[in-house]
Write a protein that binds this ligand. Sequence first.
Ligand code: ZN
Length: 296
Amino acid sequence: MQSLLLVSSPAPAAPAAPAAPAAPLPDLRRLCVHTITTKPWPIEVAAAKFAAAGVSGITVWRDTLAGRDIAATGRLLRERGLAVVSLCRGGFFPARTAEDRGKAIDDNRRAIAEAHALGAPLIVLVCGAVPGQPLSESRQQILDGIAAVLPEAQAAGVKLAIEPLHPMYADSRSAVNTLGQANDMVEQLRSPHVGVAVDVYHLWWDPTLQAEIARCGRLGALFAYHVCDWRTPTIDLLNDRGLMGEGCIPLRQIRAWVEATGYRGFNEVEVFSTRLWATDQDDYLRKIVQAYRDHV
Ligand code: ZN
């Protein structure tokens, strides 16, 4: 139990001198794009276009796999030279009834099997919440749900990343709303297969962000880093994210904090935008690559 006490120690205060903003990225070797970013494209088209644009990695949303041979799709992505970075998404564990919580666990087991077939090393978890149910209860159900599927994840060699979501989604999409809460869960679950996806859209506002990113790094739990931007005004709570550079998120500052942990994984472009999905997607992909060079 001694180690439990050690990992339960509180996060230290942020360093007095904040890290300087990161330098521009020298190339596209760490650029990953989520399939949902260019939602109008079927996955085969996205793979071809991403590869031609010099994108190095792809995170696959499960809806793009409908009706496909998943293993064959994974091979296709790798043949294009793309690293399969993660599968989005699992989670949504909380529910009013044990029966519904069981269905959620079954769906997460299917997600693990899909990730294994695809060759994705990681599943991003949007953890879920139930309107009207206390958030503390939802958080316990999330912990129980992750614990229930951990044996399958371990057996499949698939890691699970808790993605804290902005508090505006605490009603129905996630009861995990800060990186501190996600780090607490990682400590409670105590598995090398459970970590965190840091998404700037959800976390940029948090005054403890630098300290919690550092803590996440010490836990060995910083599994993924997602980028986009926050527009003013935001006209839709879900589908009005900005391309990097269109908003107010200090992207180079946050990447410096992430890289101070030793993280050198992918910078994943994840943009849900009705506005941008309506534009020419070839032109949009060029803008994504340029925004990555100019702002990430
Ligand atoms: Zn994300």
